[in-house]
Ligand binder design. Sequence first.
Ligand code: F6P
Length: 546
Amino acid sequence: MTATGEAADAVRAHVPALVDERFASRLFAQDATLWGPEAESESAIRLSWVGLGQSSRPLVDEVAAIRADLGPDVDHVVLAGMGGSSLAPEVICATAGVPLTVLDSSDPDYVRAALGDRLERTVLVASSKSGGTVETDSQRRAYEGAFRDAGIDPTERIVVVTDPGSPLEASARAAGYRVVLADPNVGGRYSALTAFGLVPSGLAGVDIGALLDEADSVAGLLAEDAEGNPALVLGAALSGVDPKGSTGRRDKLALAADGTSVVGFGDWAEQLVAESTGKQGTGLLPVVVEGPQAPEVRWPASDVLPVLLVAADGDPASEPGEGDGTDGAAQNATTISVGGSLGALMLLWEAATAVAGRLLGINPFDQPDVESAKKAARGMLEGTPETGEPDLVDDGIELRGTPGLLDGVSDLPGAVAALLDRLEPGRGYLAVMAYLDRAEQAELADVRAPLALRTERPTTFGWGPRFLHSTGQYHKGGPAIGVYLQVTGDPAEDLDVPGQPFSFGHLIAAQAAGDAQVLADHDRPVLRVHLTDRAAGVARLREVLK
Ligand SMILES: O=P(O)(O)OC[C@H]1O[C@](O)(CO)[C@@H](O)[C@@H]1O
């Protein structure tokens, strides 16, 4: 990997001390004291990921046996899981070119579409480390009902992945489902090479043994107390860049695929980095962008660090970006380029994130602020309070803002302008959070780059509630510099959650309202845009957000 400019300065500033304190060898020896006494109890049960290249080997045969047992006619793998329970299989399968339906949404239209897709050929993998994630539980319930309605024995078609002793292990065994237990000493966002990453991927057809080999091929290198250790270099480059004379560190990472054969790596690294570091008012915000031409890469602001994901078989020239001197990369000359096989990259970034936690002075293994949004959502579910009247309605689009945001505003463009005006120059970021059907309304994601250009600020786009398990922790526990555009919409048709007093429509609305409330409680500006007609609303929103 290559670090240039201020990222190279950060490497020179921090790596020697990490070598002196033997951080790498102690990390791979699972030394729980590396992040201080307050983090020790959590770290002590969150470090097994360093050895998964070896310890996960039995899963290769275990998954092959399940695959054989399912038979060749069951060739549609659906994965119900959130955050660390689905993001890795999504990247693993996309990179291997094998199909996997990732069901990490509570949107009724999205769930209904999955249920209606090849059910007779479907195996559902229901993955949840805690067993208590409401989205995953609801998705599993929906599949149980659909299998039964189709005369299919759910015990033949549901595989549960969970931690030993979780409530889900007990209920799944009682229901007669296949259960694969995961290593409990690995946190969700570090669990790519545990059963959470390997069971759905292996069932979908990925050579998971080869993936473990890729991780194994670098484990020794990453454990070395040496200045060339890529984990020390990447960790220091990511978290150690305090730009000279600026208002703060380069704490937004513009993740851009620039030649890598890995598909969607940024979506996985986003949770790993944001949920590990975004706490105690600090942290690093991954901004997953379209590629090296994205605004955050071409004209990086002083608080943005371009991270180029390059081809595995070679680094780009170590010189700053090409160009005639007019594009930002050349002028800025602070970039990171990193390449490798997927298995190697996953272990590298996990180790680098552990290094970043050390340099940022935080515990990279807990997620203290996630619970607040889950609790708010539960309260909204139990109470099912109708969201108050909109502040204003513009052509079927309901607008609601945090106190004062929409004073004097009379339409959607005005509301958007009012929100963007709250962005702190040189520091702020904009988060677009779309609680919609990411297949049917996929085109809404196109607003990300135009908004970054318009605001000249890092702009993230996430599908709700999926992002709640990725950048959600950072939004609440990280620096208070975000402004939030939340988009919700009436579904084409609601969908009951079997055995629950709420529907998927209620659930996703409660999750959106709960998250907006928690952000407002953190005094963050939030604009809630509700589309009573999704298609027309998305079209209008795209126009306005350009
Ligand atoms: O695997 P579980 O327990 O369902 O949790 C899913 C995700 O939710 C979180 O606990 C909170 O976002 C993540 O850390 C985790 O990956």
